[in-house]
Design a protein. Structure first.
Ligand SMILES: Nc1ncnc2c1ncn2[C@@H]1O[C@H](COP(=O)(O)OP(=O)(O)OP(=O)(O)O)[C@@H](O)[C@H]1O
Ligand SMILES: [Mg+2]
Length: 154
């Protein structure tokens, strides 16, 4: 199934192109999915989530959760948009109830997931955005299955 082996590496040359990539990806997502977004400040993680939220029917304003830590959008399903940038460690992430929230119905987006790698589920989508210049971004979207990663290393 496409979802299980999803892997895309593409250079986006504009916001418009990133929007299209995000919208295509949005249509693959189902309730319970976790999307971890990796990339430096200003690479476009929030932008990517905003376009997904729009595609999934949210008609409000998607703002950065850097200060709120979590924004929730009501779309075709609930969308939980986390940003761990300001959280120091796993304890702080657990304190906001992250693991409990993951059991809710919905789709989960996490900016700066590096801070909570061990709290991520067995399977998730990893979106990596690398800045090339003001408008060019390298995008990589991959389905991760942690146990298969371990098998590869053995
Ligand atoms: N090709 C592109 N794809 C995505 N965003 C782009 C592109 N070109 C320019 N941008 C701009 O890059 C910026 C990305 O900002 P955004 O807030 O999404 O970054 P972020 O990765 O969430 O940063 P932070 O780590 O601070 O939360 C936006 O202003 C967006 O318009
Ligand atoms: Mg952001």
């Amino acid at each position: 199934m496409v979802r299980d082996s999803y892997s895309l590496e593409i250079t986006s040359t504009s916001e418009k192109e990133t929007s299209r990539i995000a919208r295509d990806f949005a249509n693959l997502l189902k309730g319970g999915d976790v999307v971890a977004l990796i990339g430096e400040l200003g690479s476009g993680k929030t932008f990517f989530v905003k376009k997904i939220a729009e595609e999934l029917g949210f008609d409000g304003y998607v703002s950065s959760p850097t200060f709120t830590i979590l924004n929730i959008y009501e779309a075709s399903t609930y969308l939980y948009h986390f940003d761990f940038y300001r959280l120091k460690n796993i304890e702080e992430i657990e304190k906001i109830g992250f693991s409990d929230l993951l059991m809710e119905e919905g789709i989960f987006f996490i900016e700066w997931p590096e801070k909570a790698e061990e709290l991520l589920p067995e399977e998730y989508f990893k979106v990596r955005i690398d800045i090339i210049n003001a408008t060019y971004r390298n995008l990589s979207i991959k389905k991760i299955a942690k146990s298969e990663d371990e098998k590869c290393q053995n």
